[in-house]
Every structure is written in C-alpha cells, then in structure tokens.
Design a protein around this ligand. Structure first.
Ligand SMILES: [Zn+2]
Length: 184
C-alpha cells in the first residue's frame, strides 16, 4: 500500500500534465485558426477598399498586436504587402525591430520579399491559408522571383552590376569600428 500511493500520485500528476499539454496544444491550434481566419477576413474586406487580396495579423501569444491588408496600389508602394505592413506596425507598437515571440498569420504564403522580411524580423512561426499556386491562379505569381534568386547575379533578367572598387567609403569597416552600434 505504501508503494501503491506514490505510484498513483505519479500517475495522477503525469495524467494532469499530459491533459494540460494536450489542452494547450488544442488551445494553441484554436488561436492559430482564429487569427488565420482574421487574416483571411482582412484580405477579403481590404479588396473593397482598394487593397490587394491579402491580409496579415501578427500575434504574441493569444494577443493580436497588429493587422493589415495589402496596400500596394493605395499607398503607391510596391513593398506594401500585407506582411511587410503588419511587421512594420507590430515593430512600431512593440518598440523593437526584433519579433521572436510573435507569430505571423497571413492569408497567403509569403512572397520572397515578405519571406525575407520574416527572417529579418526574427519571427519564428508563420501560419498561412492559401499557397503560392493559389496566388498564381489569381495573377500573383512569384515563381519568377524564386527562379531569379537561384541564378547567378549576372544571369538574372534585371541587370546587376558589381563594381567593387567604388570610392564612397567603407561602410562595413566603419560599422565594425563604430562603438555605439546596436547589432541586429
Ligand atoms: Zn509579399
């Protein structure tokens, strides 16, 4: 009996921990779906306002920090994709350029530009609804850019001139020497 009680307790604690873990996993999944639905809803409602059919939300834990739709045409800004907009907003709201605790919910798989922005922002989780093939079927193909990335700079469709012996200064050397720099 003396041995039986501790075993029961251990089993009970293990069961509780397991239940809590399962609950958290499902709870997290619910929030993923909730915030993703929100991002898709923003994409849909943004169309009527002149935006492209893309929406994004940044959340930290169970809290939405920022949300945006695509405003390329409205803002006359080719970089105003929903993901870029929302990363800028969240960074301003949280007062940091680094968002490792945040999750990006986006109506569509990020394009190469936004994918780069996700990495630069330190975001560690991306949840998306539609993929690049869905986007391509709506006229938003980014296959060309993905293909270009794989090429040597000299083989790309845009002219890339590498002129290493410029005389404007040595920014990397200056950066290395600069004592007050904030590394990122
Ligand atoms: Zn993008």
């Amino acid at each position: 009996m003396k041995e039986f009680i501790p075993v029961c307790k251990t089993k009970y604690i293990f069961t509780c921990q397991f239940t809590v873990k399962i609950y958290l996993i499902f709870n997290s999944m619910d929030y993923d779906r909730l915030f993703l639905n929100r991002a898709v809803g923003i994409a849909v409602s943004g169309i009527e306002e002149g935006g492209g059919p893309f929406g994004a939300v940044i959340a930290r834990g169970n809290e939405i920090i920022a949300e945006s739709n695509n405003t390329v045409v409205l803002a006359r800004d080719p970089t105003a994709h929903a993901e870029i907009n929302v990363i800028r907003k969240a960074s301003a709201i949280l007062g940091t350029h680094n968002l490792p605790d945040c999750t990006l919910y986006t109506s569509c798989e990020p394009c190469p530009m936004c994918l780069g922005a996700v990495y630069w922002s330190g975001i560690r989780k991306v949840v998306y609804a539609y993929d690049r093939m869905d986007a391509a079927s709506a006229g938003f193909s980014d296959k060309f850019i993905y293909d270009e990335i794989m090429l040597d700079a000299s083989s790309r469709h845009i002219l890339f001139l590498h002129i290493p012996d410029c005389s404007g200064g040595e920014p990397f050397k200056r950066w290395e020497e600069f004592e007050d720099k904030i590394s990122y």
